[in-house]
Design a protein around this ligand. Structure first.
Ligand code: UTP
Length: 304
């Protein structure tokens, strides 16, 4: 029997510089895709995969996230009084049972690997999930739940991967794949942000991981890697070298939006708005008018 994974780490201590000036005072993870913050999509995905304990690795300026997952008695009272039961139900998703959400500070943004290491004493000697909320995955079966199925079968470390164009590999962790069986990839190596033209494959890692305690032990070394940061990918590579076969890639079914970038965020908003029954007709009609050529947009673009 495999140890069940019920704890997830959400590393959210990054500076979010690609969204400045907004992120000067709003955490990136609170930025909304339609009407839900990025962190809510990540929490929903975690819960659907059986996660019960949540660890947020935060930093200065992220306190809005703490308030978001707290109850707001005044607001709830007001909604109840005015009969807005739908909105009350929506608010329920933003609550976490007391004692199941822990915040730990990363005092300096030293990299994703370091952020995860900051949670080591809370995770203890158990396998754990890692979710990067700025990767939003739209899928029929949530991405983390797909990965749990692979974990149940194979155990070890399971990382979500997707195919990217060769010229994009230098932005990702990339697997050196030896074998592909259905959605399961068996890598012999993994490299963070390979220099252009040197990527071992086009199977890129996205922000979903199921990891063993061995990864935390590798992170203890605090070795600095690509970009001068302590990289999670390097710890995974070490484990793969120490124990061949201990890392599995899961080619998930679904679409991933990189909401850490402006273009990715806009794509996610369009995709999710078009999937929402309350918005899609009006929004589709707006898109069909082709804003790029509609006279008022053309005039604005021309600076008139
Ligand atoms: P990113 O590479 O997207 O960095 O981190 P960032 O700082 O959030 O954004 P930019 O590049 O400045 O715009 C990927 C994930 O790792 C977390 C981030 O919060 C994000 O969820 N992270 C990164 C940390 O928690 N700590 C770090 O030191 C670095």
């Amino acid at each position: 029997m495999r140890a069940r994974i019920t704890t997830a780490i959400f590393p959210i201590a990054g500076l979010g510089t690609r969204f400045l000036p907004a992120t000067k005072c709003i955490p990136k993870e609170i930025l909304t895709v339609v009407d839900r913050p990025l962190i809510q999509y990540a929490m929903d995905e975690a819960r659907a995969a059986g996660i019960r304990d949540f660890i947020f690795v935060t930093a200065r300026g992220k306190s809005a996230l703490e308030d978001y997952f707290d109850t707001n008695p005044n607001l709830e009272h007001q909604l109840r009084k005015t009969g807005k039961t739908d909105l009350l139900a929506d608010l329920k998703e933003t609550n976490v049972d007391s004692g199941h959400l822990v915040y730990v500070r990363q005092h300096q943004a030293l990299g994703l690997g370091h952020a995860i290491w900051c949670a080591r004493r809370i995770v203890g000697d158990k396998p754990f999930a890692v979710i990067l909320p700025d990767d939003l995955v739209v899928a029929e079966t949530p991405c983390l739940a797909q990965m749990m199925e692979v974990y149940e079968e194979f155990g070890g470390n399971v990382i979500a991967t997707m195919e990217v164009a060769p010229e994009k590999t230098s932005s990702y962790g990339v697997l050196d794949v030896v074998e592909t069986i259905g959605r399961v990839l068996r890598p012999t190596g993994i490299v963070e942000k390979p220099a252009p033209g040197t990527a071992p494959s086009n199977q890129a890692v996205i922000g979903r991981y199921l990891l063993t305690p061995a990864i935390m032990r590798h992170l203890n070394a605090k070795s600095v890697g690509a970009g001068g940061e302590i990289q999670l990918t390097d710890a995974i590579a070490l484990e793969l070298a120490r124990k061949p076969g201990s890392v599995i890639g899961c080619r998930f079914d679904g679409v991933r939006y990189d909401c850490g970038s402006k273009a990715g965020m806009l794509k996610a908003i369009v995709a999710i708005a078009l999937s929402r029954p309350d918005l899609r007709d009006e929004f589709r009609e707006f898109l069909a008018t082709d804003p790029a050529t509609a006279p008022q947009h053309a005039a604005l673009a021309a600076g008139e």
